[in-house]
Design a protein around this ligand. Structure first.
Ligand SMILES: NC(=O)C1=CN([C@@H]2O[C@H](COP(=O)(O)OP(=O)(O)OC[C@H]3O[C@@H](n4cnc5c(N)ncnc54)[C@H](OP(=O)(O)O)[C@@H]3O)[C@@H](O)[C@H]2O)C=CC1
Ligand SMILES: O=C1OC[C@@H](O)[C@H](O)[C@H]1O
Length: 377
């Protein structure tokens, strides 16, 4: 093929659920629709606990595999596989995408790494820091790539916003970041309608709750703006404090607010998530500096614009339309890392996933959210 042939990643998908459906949609998109030509994605296997479910998933969402197969860059078909272990055992898989509930991430990621597969694992990477540290050590020992799939970090919007506040310094010195990602998951009317407490959001056996499910997004806004600020020099937040309200029946957190201090900049992140009421539509994140503020409208995971409002009255709206679902940018980043032989991605490092899990462990400790004894850890 010509020198413009893209580098192809052969993906396997673990868990035929909602997020896997969203992810494969984007792997099947033509990368040139987002101005990408150097990498392309193949989907070679979908693993489910039930073979019929994997077959139906492929038929409905990725019958031709990924773009690489459609374009002739990969001649493998996409196959339905019963059981996750049978996927890890395949020789034709480069990287495994794990789209299972939180409680399973550690076990699936560990099995995939032990079978010498690179891993992109949905957020949160694990349910506690100890598990994440184990995965980090295993990936390192095996020389394999591991990344937590915090997709928002890879949006062009996030790069542009960081440039504005970290390099151009449009806001002057930054002192405060507020971010909220909340969804109406367990409001009164939902409970009255009998939304099952067994759902992964509410189920303690699946490590449900707001902090593990939604918390990664306000945390992302806090970390990408303050932790990654050049003046912070990647110093972990100090004086971490949090408050939780727990679900009366299942004990998972339904409201969590946490505060991270970054004293090198005299800056603070006030971050929140809940499963009861929606975040405000017009502002999911607000970054305040000495010259003005940036407002990011909802939703926190998939932002499409931000507004720079300066104290001198100037206002600028920056728009970043998202082609497809928006998961392709993280997939492209993984592909480039694999192409370049990197074991982690500098946009979402393994050590930052460990730090995130340490923070979440602390929030759960402060808020009294204890995992049930039945939850394997
Ligand atoms: N990045 C993002 O934007 C989003 C990320 N997520 C993350 O993705 C993960 C999955 O969420 P989502 O897709 O909404 O969940 P779903 O319940 O829709 O899918 C999860 C899949 O995991 C498999 N699974 C394995 N063990 C279990 C179990 N004990 N109970 C239920 N399912 C199990 C099932 O696949 P099978 O039966 O085929 O084996 C199931 O379909 C979570 O970690 C969540 O945090 C979720 C939504 C958005
Ligand atoms: O990552 C997520 O983003 C969207 C939410 O609705 C979902 O529960 C969560 O897992």
């Amino acid at each position: 093929m010509s020198s413009t042939t893209p580098f192809v990643v052969r993906w396997a998908i673990i868990g035929a659920g909602w997020i896997s459906e969203q992810f494969v949609h984007d792997l099947a998109m033509d990368p040139s629709t987002r101005d990408v030509n150097d990498v392309a994605h193949a989907i070679v296997a979908v693993g489910s606990r039930t073979k019929a479910k994997a077959e139906a998933f492929i038929k409905d969402y990725c019958p031709e595999g990924g773009f690489a197969q459609k374009a002739g860059y990969c001649d493998l078909p996409v196959v339905a596989v019963e059981g996750y272990d049978a996927v890890y055992a395949r020789d034709d898989v480069d990287c495994v995408y794990i789209g299972t509930p939180h409680n399973d991430h550690y076990f699936s990621a560990k099995a995939a790494l032990e079978a010498n597969k690179h891993v992109l694992c949905e957020k949160p990477s694990t349910i506690n820091a100890r598990q994440m540290k184990e995965l980090a050590a295993l990936a390192e020992a095996k020389g394999l790539f591991f990344m937590e799939a915090v997709w928002t970090r890879f949006f062009p919007l996030m790069y542009a916003l960081q440039k504005d506040i970290h390099e151009t310094k449009v806001l002057g010195d930054i002192h405060q970041v507020n971010a909220d990602f909340s969804i109406k998951g367990v409001g009164r009317e939902y409970l009255d309608e009998g939304v099952p407490l067994s759902h992964r959001l509410l189920n303690p056996d699946l490590a449900g709750g707001a902090i593990l499910d939604l918390g990664p997004y306000p945390l992302t806004w806090g970390l990408m703006t303050l932790f990654h600020h050049p003046e912070n020099k990647l110093a972990p937040p100090t004086a971490v404090s949090s408050s939780m309200q727990l679900h009366p029946e299942t004990g998972v957190d339904i409201f969590t607010t946490f505060v991270l201090d970054f004293p090198k900049m005299t800056a603070r992140a006030n971050l929140t998530c809940n499963l009861v009421v929606e975040s405000p539509a017009d502002c999911t994140a607000r970054i305040q500096g000495t010259k003005g503020e940036i407002i990011v409208p909802r939703p926190a995971p998939r932002p499409e614009k931000y507004i720079i409002r300066l104290d001198n009255g100037e206002e600028t709206v920056k728009e970043f339309p998202v082609p497809g679902n928006g998961y392709h940018w993280e997939a492209d980043a993984v592909a480039r890392c694999l192409r370049d032989g990197l074991k982690e991605c500098d946009r979402m490092t393994v050590s930052e996933s460990i730090m995130s899990m340490e923070l979440m462990d602390e929030f759960r400790k402060q808020g009294g959210y204890e995992f049930p004894a039945s939850l394997a850890q």
